[in-house]
Ligand binder design. Structure first.
Ligand code: CA
Length: 240
C-alpha cells in the first residue's frame, strides 16, 4: 500500500503545495465502533413495522442523515409523499428502542492500536460524530482511555448542519489548530466522506460495512481501505 499516488492527486485537486498530517479526525460509528450492523437491523425492522421496505444496504448508504431525512427519503421513494411528523416520531422512536435492545459496545478491531500509534507520533486526534448521546464521552473513555475529552470532540451538539456539509470537519480543524492539508479524515460512510472532502481534507474511507467500494470512491474518498487493520498496517507510510 502506497499512499503517494493518492496524496499527489489530492494536492493536484486542492492546489495545496504540501501535505503534512498533524491531526487525525475520526468519525465514530463504523470507524471507532462496529455499531453499524445494529443500526442497519434496527432501521430495517422499524420501517418494516409500517410497511416500508428499507434494506440494510439502504441504511449504510444513508448513514449520517438525520432520522427525519431518512424517514422522508424512504417515504418519498415508496409512497411518493413525505412522512407526517407523527410517523417520523413513531418510526424513529421504534428504531431507537430496537437499537437499544440489540446493540452492544463493540470497539472496532485495531482502532485502539491506531490511536495509540498516532498519540506516540505526537499527532492530534479529534472525534467528529453526528451522534449526540449524552453517554458518549464515558463510553469513549472506557474503550479508548486517555484519548478523548470535550476539547477534541465535535458532536451533534456543536453543529448546525452536520454531514455531508463540511461544517463538522471545518470545526475539527479549528479545534486541532491545523489547516486542511495538515489533517486526515477517517470515515466509513459516503456522506461523511463528502463532508471530509468538502473541507478539502485528505479523506481515507474504511469500508467496514457492506457497501461497494465504488460508492465511497464516488463520494470523493482519496483512499478506500477494507479495514482499520489495513490502516494500522500501513500507518507508518502515511506518517513518513
Ligand atoms: Ca460513520
Amino acid at each position: 500500500m502506497d499512499f503517494q499516488p493518492a496524496i499527489a492527486s489530492y494536492l493536484e485537486k486542492t492546489g495545496f503545495p504540501s501535505f503534512s498530517p498533524k491531526a487525525f479526525l475520526f468519525d465514530m460509528d463504523g470507524v471507532l465502533y462496529d455499531s453499524m450492523p445494529f443500526h442497519a437491523k434496527a432501521w430495517k425492522e422499524a420501517f418494516a413495522h409500517v410497511g416500508v421496505q428499507f434494506s440494510e444496504y439502504d441504511v449504510y448508504l444513508n448513514e449520517g442523515r438525520t432520522g427525519k431525512t431518512t424517514v422522508n427519503e424512504a417515504f418519498t421513494a415508496q409512497f411518493r409523499r413525505e412522512a407526517t411528523d407523527d410517523e417520523i416520531q413513531q418510526i424513529y422512536a421504534d428504531k431507537a428502542e430496537i437499537f437499544m435492545s440489540i446493540s452492544r459496545t463493540n470497539p472496532m478491531p485495531f482502532a485502539k492500536e491506531v490511536l495509540t500509534a498516532l498519540q506516540a507520533a505526537g499527532k492530534k486526534i479529534v472525534l467528529v460524530t453526528g451522534s449526540g448521546q449524552k453517554s458518549l464521552i464515558s463510553r469513549l473513555n472506557e474503550s479508548y482511555p486517555g484519548v478523548f475529552s470535550p476539547e477534541n470532540m465535535v458532536t451533534s451538539f456543536d453543529v448546525k448542519y452536520g454531514k455531508p456539509n463540511p461544517e463538522p470537519y471545518l470545526m475539527a480543524l479549528q479545534k486541532a489548530g491545523v489547516r486542511p492539508n495538515e489533517a486526515v479524515v477517517i470515515e466509513n460512510a459516503p456522506l461523511g466522506v463528502q463532508a471530509g472532502v468538502g473541507a478539502e481534507i485528505f479523506t481515507i474511507a474504511l469500508n467496514t460495512g457492506i457497501l461497494n467500494d465504488d460508492v465511497l470512491s464516488s463520494a470523493g474518498a482519496n483512499v478506500v481501505l477494507p479495514s482499520m487493520q489495513t490502516l494500522y498496517d500501513h500507518l507508518s507510510s502515511l506518517l513518513r
